[in-house]
Each structure stands twice: as structure tokens, then as C-alpha cells.
Design a protein around this ligand. Structure first.
Ligand code: F6R
Length: 272
């Protein structure tokens, strides 16, 4: 697990964009899993910028939406499908046939979720999964108490999440259910990038990174992922007790190649 703390939101997004760009340079048919919400917006804007500058081409890239409200058609303005379309897909050259979405109006829920899982497998799995985090530690719509090995399925939205997403109208929640990739599904991604910005996320980040692994804090499962990156701004990182340690490790990461070179130059010369 890597904890990357950046001074502000823009730098945090830049870090994530840089990682995605480098990964694409190694594998142009990258498979991305994409969260919606406010947090990844800057990352998607950064990817659009790379496309416009001719530095990144999405013609071989595949994208899977992470979750969707149940009962909203794909073209509904509040659906995650239309959100991703608006903030990312329509600005890049990703092929429509390479965009996969959970359907807010599936004919049969279980089959649809299983097909989604199958599709992910067919393309060789998700290379990079982008996540945000809820103030209660949720990832996707896997709210606290979700099974840590869950697969894509229907979930009940909590009042907290509905309120955070502005979906409680006159005390009535619309919609009440969602489809989401499961925690087990997310854990199979090659790399997971969890983005967190703002002080309201600081408790969830502390509990996910430094607390026990528990279904009460779904993001804590990422402690078991071999390539999970928590990319946070200072506010989101403010409750981490080992902040200086994480910064030290990160600052030394880029120097490791130079260090190893120096070691090999000096091989055999060290006297005990
Ligand atoms: C959205 C999603 C959610 C959000 C989370 C944080 O697709 O899966 O888990 O990532 O609720 O939302 P923001 O970024 O709006 O604070």
C-alpha cells in the first residue's frame, strides 16, 4: 500500500494522471474502472488535457463504470452513465463499444451483474481502478457491513450517501437502490487508486489506512491489495498518525534507481 500526500487537490490529481499516463505508455489497451463523484473530476480533466495535447490516445482504452443508481435510465441527468459521458467520454476518443456501464434498468439484476463481471474477465481484468471514498469509508456503493469479498450486485443506498449525493427530495429518497462492483471485484484490479480530498474524508482515510481491516470500513480492505495507492491532499491526510513516515517513504521512492546504480558501481569496493 502506498500513501501519497500532496499539498493540494490539483497536485493530487496530477499524481494520479501521471500514473495513468505512464501505465498507458506501457499498455495502450489499458482497462480502466471509473468512479464518479466530485473527487476524480480533476483526474478526468487531466486525462482530457493529455488527449487534447496529443499525448494520450484512448482508441484502445476500455472503461467500466464502478456503480449506478437503480431506476435511472442511462440518459437520466443524475445517472452515473450520463455523468461519465459528460465529464470524460465525450471529450476523448474512446470507442463507444469499449465503454461498459451498469444498467440502471436491467431486465434481470443478477444476470446483468454476472454479465458485467464476465465482461471484465473477458478483457483481461481492470488494470487501474479509480476510487473515491465516502465519509463512512465506502468504496463504490459498498457501504459499511458490505462483504469484503462481495461481487457486483444490488445494494441499498444509505441515507448518508443519498444526502451526500443530493438525492433526498422532500424527505423522499430517489432512488433507493444501486448496482455496484463488489469489494471482491475491486480487489482483483491490477492497481487501485483511491483519491481523497478535504477534511471531511480525513477520518475515513485514517481508519482505512491505519485501522483494522473491517467490513465496518470497506476501504480498509485495500490494506490487503498488493498495489493500492491512497492519493490524498493534506486535508484528507490530516488525521494520519504516520504522515511524516509516508512522506519520507514517498520522497525516497524516486531515488531508489540512483541508489541501486551507485551500489552496483561500488560493488566489491566496500571494506569491512
Ligand atoms: C461514485 C462512488 C462513491 C464516491 C464516494 C465519494 O461512483 O462510487 O464511492 O466515490 O461517495 O464521493 P465524492 O468524490 O463525491 O466525495
Amino acid at each position: 500500500m502506498e500513501i501519497i500526500i500532496k499539498a493540494n487537490y490539483d497536485l493530487m490529481c496530477e499524481e494520479a494522471v501521471g500514473f495513468i499516463h505512464k501505465s498507458w505508455q506501457k499498455k495502450t489497451n489499458l482497462v480502466l474502472g471509473l468512479a464518479t463523484g466530485r473527487t476524480p473530476l480533476g483526474v478526468y480533466q487531466g486525462l482530457i488535457r493529455l488527449f487534447e495535447e496529443g499525448q494520450m490516445d484512448f482508441s484502445e482504452v476500455t472503461a467500466f463504470g464502478l456503480d449506478e443508481y437503480l431506476g435511472l435510465e442511462a440518459n437520466h441527468p443524475e445517472s452515473f452513465a450520463s455523468y461519465l459521458e459528460k465529464i470524460l467520454y465525450q471529450h476523448i476518443n474512446i470507442k463507444p463499444e469499449n465503454i461498459f456501464r451498469l444498467d440502471g434498468f436491467p431486465e434481470e439484476i443478477e444476470n446483468h451483474c454476472q454479465e458485467y463481471e464476465n465482461r471484465i474477465k473477458q478483457v483481461g481484468g481492470i488494470d487501474i481502478q479509480i476510487l473515491g471514498i465516502g465519509t463512512n469509508g465506502h468504496i463504490g456503493f459498498n457501504e459499511p457491513s458490505s462483504s469484503l469479498s462481495s461481487r457486483t450486485r444490488i445494494k441499498t443506498l444509505t441515507r448518508e450517501t443519498l444526502a451526500a449525493n443530493g438525492l433526498i427530495v422532500k424527505e423522499k429518497a430517489i432512488p433507493r437502490y444501486c448496482l455496484t462492483m463488489g469489494i471482491g471485484t475491486i480487489m482483483e484490479s491490477g492497481t487501485v487508486i483511491l483519491l481523497a480530498s478535504g477534511r471531511d474524508k480525513s477520518r475515513a482515510i485514517h481508519e482505512s489506512v491505519e485501522g483494522p481491516i473491517t467490513a465496518a470500513v470497506p476501504a480498509s480492505i485495500l490494506q490487503l491489495h498488493p498495489r493500492a495507492k491512497f492519493i490524498c491532499d493534506e486535508d484528507a491526510a490530516s488525521e494520519l498518525t504516520k504522515k511524516d513516515y509516508y512522506k519520507w517513504v514517498y520522497d525516497h521512492k524516486d531515488k531508489v534507481d540512483g541508489y541501486l546504480k551507485k551500489l552496483s558501481q561500488n560493488r566489491g569496493r566496500t571494506k569491512i
